[in-house]
Structure formats: C-alpha cells, structure tokens
Design a protein around this ligand. Structure first.
Ligand code: UDP
Ligand code: MG
Length: 317
C-alpha cells in the first residue's frame, strides 16, 4: 500500500461566495492526482470554519454529506487565520502523510500542487509556494505586502520572501510544528525554524475569486507587528542602541553646556530645550511602548490559553 495520503487544509472565514467553486476545483485536482497514482485514495480536503457569520459551515457540512472526500472542522468561534490554519494542520497530521495549506479564495494557483507533491515524493519535507509576480494585485496591495516582508526581515523576523501560507508539509515536519507551543502564532516565521529539507515552488498569484479580502491594511499592519514581536527581540535591541547613541550625544551636550556656562552665554537656548524635551519624551514613550508590546506577549504566553477549540470534526475514514 502507498502511504501518500494528502490532506488539503483550507481555513475559511465568511467564504460562502467562493467555497462551492473552491471545493469543485480541489476535488478535480485530488481526483486527478489519485488517478495518476501520486496520492492515496484516502486523501481529503479539510475545510476549517473559523467562526464564520455566514453559511460557510452549512456549505461545508453539505459537501461532506455529498462526498466523503470533503472533511470539515468547525471552530468554537473566530480565532483568526493563523489559529484556524493551526487547528487544521494539527488535526490533519494524525491522518495524513503530507498536508497542503491554502487559502479558500483561489488566489493561489492550484496547479502548483503537482510540483509540490513531486518534491515531496523526492523526499522534501517542506515545500513553500512563492509568488513569482503580483501582476494581478492592486498597486497598493503589492507595495504594502512587499514592504511587509522587507520590514519584517530587517526587524529580525526571517520569512521566505513572498511566501504566504501556501505550502506542503510532511507529517514529521508537522510533528515538529506541534512542539511549538506558542500562543502568539506566526506560522510563516515558525515553519522555517522547524528545519528539515525544504524547497520552493513558484506560482502566479491570481485575484480573489469572489468576496473581499479579510486582510485590509489595518489588519496587515497589526499582523506585521505581531510577526516581528513574536519572532525576534531585535526592536528591543534597537532601543538599547538608540539609548546608547543618545547617551553619547548627551556627553557632547554636557561639554557644550559647560563651555557655554563658563563663557557666560547661558541665556539663549529656549529652542534647544524645547526640541530636546519633546524629542527625548517622544523617544521614551515609543521605547516604553515597544517594551510593553513584549510584556503583553509574555502575559499572553504565561496564560497559555488554548489556541483554538474544535466544536465539530466531520471526517469519514
Ligand atoms: N481567514 C480565516 N480567519 C480570519 C480571516 C481570514 O480563516 O479571521 C481565512 C480566509 O477565509 C482565507 C484566508 O484566511 O481563506 C486568507 O484571507 P484573505 O484571502 O482574506 O487574505 P488576503 O489574501 O487578502 O491576504
Ligand atoms: Mg486572499
């Protein structure tokens, strides 16, 4: 018997508009792969409903009843993309030999899957899907998204450039992932830390099939801050550097002030005072904020609240 059972994991939040089409295309893909003997009969498409407010879960349930190829997880409430994805991965790892995670909106080219599986069959553990171009994204989305990767990297959060959460993972790399207990989850940063052999597959990123993006600029910004602060302490190190620099400047200021004092020209200087009070005050507040950001993370980690709760799991073995 082959042991190349594949599970697709698709997090879905208010995706009723795209779900039927996504389900259809994935089914065609899985059928074709089974026919070509690339993957096992028992392969599944696992949708994770992340507390949608629309008919997403009803659709998933209906799909599951129509065809055992479809499985579903219903989370107890909305927990966000990363947690929903983790719920799917951690569930799928007990059934599958390889798992491919993908967004529900068909922006990631399904045909890249063939190449990912080829690589898996050659013994690669983690295959990252990387966008070769963003020709179809709006200028704004492209600029902000690429800026996102660049800022992340300079801040010490190393991620694979232009890779979102479209990737194949082998069972043992998922076992590895399950050892990472952190509550502040940023999968794109954690997965490269797992190690094992890895490779990339390039694909064209398309437009959202229907519905609208669940990642507006505001969410993307907080996602970036989240990513940086959960992966690296470089911002704190930068504050230390800044503090050191300002200390050096203050020595200069001290000498300058003394010279002015002894030459009897101490009255001028209102502007310098104003500027330094505001500048230093601003820097202190900013630094306090950054440190606070980390303390907030520690707070959440010590509580170790569950990252997701599964209300229902539909799966026919
Ligand atoms: N998603 C989710 N929970 C959320 C927000 C989004 O599971 O709270 C899912 C969503 O259904 C989609 C994926 O995460 O499958 C990516 O979201 P989206 O396509 O809106 O992001 P974008 O591609 O615009 O960055
Ligand atoms: Mg999308």
């Amino acid at each position: 018997m082959l042991c190349n059972k594949l599970y697709f994991v698709i997090p879905c939040y208010n995706e009723e508009q795209v779900l039927p089409e996504t389900a259809k295309r994935l089914k065609d893909k899985v059928r074709a792969l089974i026919q070509r003997g690339k993957i096992d009969e028992g392969s599944r498409i696992l949708f994770v409903n992340d507390g949608s407010a629309d008919r997403t879960w009803e659709i998933i349930r209906a799909l599951h009843e129509q065809d055992p190829l479809y499985s579903g997880i219903n989370l107890s409430r909305n927990r966000g993309h990363q947690n929903a994805l983790l719920a799917g991965l951690m569930t799928a790892k007990d059934y599958a030999d390889m798992v491919i995670s993908m967004d529900a909106d068909l922006q990631d080219d399904i045909d890249a899957v063939d190449e990912m599986i080829e690589k898996y069959l050659q013994g690669i553990d983690i295959v990252y899907g990387v966008r070769s171009s963003r020709a179809k994204d709006t200028f704004f989305k492209k600029a902000t998204a690429e800026g996102f990767y660049k800022i992340m990297n300079t801040m010490g959060a190393n991620t694979v450039f232009n890779h979102a959460d479209y990737r194949l993972m082998s069972r043992r790399s998922l076992e590895g992932l399950s050892e990472f207990q952190e509550v502040n989850l940023f999968l794109r940063g954690i997965v490269p830390m797992i190690g094992f052999s890895w490779d990339v597959v390039y694909y064209e990123r398309g437009e959202r099939f229907a519905g609208e993006s669940k990642y507006p600029l505001k969410k993307m910004l907080s996602f970036a801050i989240e990513g940086i602060t959960s992966l690296s302490t470089k911002p704190i190190r930068m504050i230390t550097g800044l503090g050191f620099f300002i200390f050096l400047v203050s020595i200069g200021m001290l000498i300058y002030s003394l010279v002015r004092h002894f030459t009897g020209a101490t009255i001028v200087g209102w502007t310098t005072l104003m500027v330094s009070v505001w500048a230093i005050g601003g820097l202190i507040l900013l630094s306090l904020g950054v440190v606070g950001e980390y303390i907030g993370k520690i707070y959440l980690e010590t509580k170790a609240r569950p990252r997701y709760l599964i209300e229902e799991f539909l799966n026919k073995e």
